[in-house]
Design a protein around this ligand. Sequence first.
Ligand code: MOS
Length: 694
Amino acid sequence: MTSQVTPHAIGTSLQRLDGRGKVTGTAPYAFERVVDDDATYLHPVQATIALGQITAIDTAEAEALDGVITVLTHVNAPWLASTEDRELAVLQSDRVSFRGQLIGAVIAENPETARQAAGLVRISYAQWPHEVELSSKRGDLYTPETVNPSFPPDTDEGDVDTAMSAAPVTLDATYTTPLEYNNPMEPHTTVALWNDHELTLYDSTQGAHTVRTTVAPVLGLDPERVHVSAPHVGGGFGSKGVPHAHIVLAALAARSVEGRPVKFALTRQQMFSLAGHRTPTIQRLRLAADTDGRLSAIAHDVVEWTSKVKEFAEQTAVPSRNVYAAPNRHTSHRLAALDVPVPSWMRAPGECPGMFGPEVAVDETALKCGIDPVEFRVRNEPDVDPETGKPFSSRHLVECLRDGADRFGWYHRDPTPASRVERGWLVGTGVASSIYPTLRAVSTATIRVVAADHYRVDIGATDIGTGTWTALTQIAADALEVPVGHVDLRIGETAQPEASVAGGSTGNATWGTAIVEAARALRDTHGRPPEVGAEASGTTPNNPETQRFAMFAHGAQFAEVRVHADTGEIRVPRMLGVFAAGRIINPRTARSQFIGGMTMGLSMALHEVGVLDTRFGHVVNHDFAEYHIATNADVGDIEATWIDEDDPYVNPMGAKGIGEIGIVGTAAAIANAAHHATGIRLRELPITPDALLR
Ligand code: MOS
């Protein structure tokens, strides 16, 4: 499908085009966008109960503070045009639905005053008993209509129970992953300016157009009157993919000080109730195998939570539908709707938590069969997608496993757990598979000839630190058959043609396809070379090949774990990921994506857990001091590599998304290595020293 003669920008390790701007501090982030003496600052008031009703609000003391412009609460806030999205319906009623909910806002001349005044707002509540405890024994678990984004909640094929009773080797075990938080480096920030019925939002978001199309109807504005700008974003990991309530609050505040910008940056602590999170999961895995290690049944039953405010159903059991062959299969999702903030996307929703249970269960089953865990996975490689029966557009999971095993030195291991001790450290190795769907959305790109053979490419795509600025420039250069220096890419604005969110690992595939289409249209309508001033647009078409093929990226992850025999201290000195993700657009930025995902997976394995105080309904460790994230000192030798995979079916570039697959399976590889090191099987994340001191 890639027919043009290219200057081969794709596949080269072009340095980040936004790199200089970022390291010199000249690439503006949302909070830095308006440097105006006129700017005002917002500090929110948050609920201190998990469930109930506001019975009185006294704002007098706050309003009396010098520098306070106004205090917004449900008493005086304007009505929203739509409250259908209940997460976004801020200040519309006296109800409190979770602790930390936005119930007011102080707008002041400076951030310090706003913060001080927010602390002076007196609120009385009628408090009702709340429920924030997830358990698989709850009587109110329900089946959602779909799981994110639109998968059926349950699937069944064959008869798992019969296969379980007939099989010589079976496993029935429960695995849990905890409440987790995205925690991008740049806090969620909105700078809002309301002027003459036009709203401008300088927002830290994964999708400028997503913010526009979500926020406009809430405010009752024609989308054309909402302008969103996000040229540089300091990470999101999904938490900036779905617009959250703070954006609406900033917009309401801007309306109340019309003509003056309102700056609202969440604090790290506020992010723990206002920016989404990953639901805790309880996963029951049932596996049946013959003594040769061939699976006859896979059942994956998930219990997780959602918020009573708005449903979000993580698709945790979905990867079990596609990764291994087995004639008898079952998956299910059950939700508890609790008085908690709204869960949302976090890097690889579904696949990330949903490959922890299965990949540890597979390790356990391989051991029961006495088969090497790499070989076990190879033996269960399906010929076609087990769920749909379609062939894979390309699938090199086996090659990733074998290549990774060779590179990692896997076969030097003694398979016996707890058999290797080095100077007081128990040493083990583990493996897990990675899988992530290859999807694409719809976007439009415009290309204009600005000088002889020089092109400006406009598309409202976003770079959340992933390398979009660079990779799309490379794709455009190849599509236009010019050196990258002849391409002037512009992204991150609603002023540009409408583009999809940077989410679901769909960015490059979607935006890149639109750019290729625009380049074709330019060539078709204006010839070669096109005259200066010529312009053409292209939109990502439907991909007819999805009718014929199942499309996924794959990978294999290996980890070495050292556990101190006396203290239980756990270290991961070595990790290797081998991926098969189609054509790699830019090896430099791709490596960074893979390693970033694996590092986040390491963090998930060893550190990350939101500790909920069920008495009050809040997360106690809501800051970087206590919600631990892997630091440099936790990361050892980490390597990501890939197999050259030729896939002509996924998109014109032959590239699969890589933003999320790096985190899929990492935690399982580490848990499996910890078992190999110690003989202790851990089915609960994170893995902490106390659990290894049995
Ligand atoms: Mo990613 S969690 O799909 O933004």
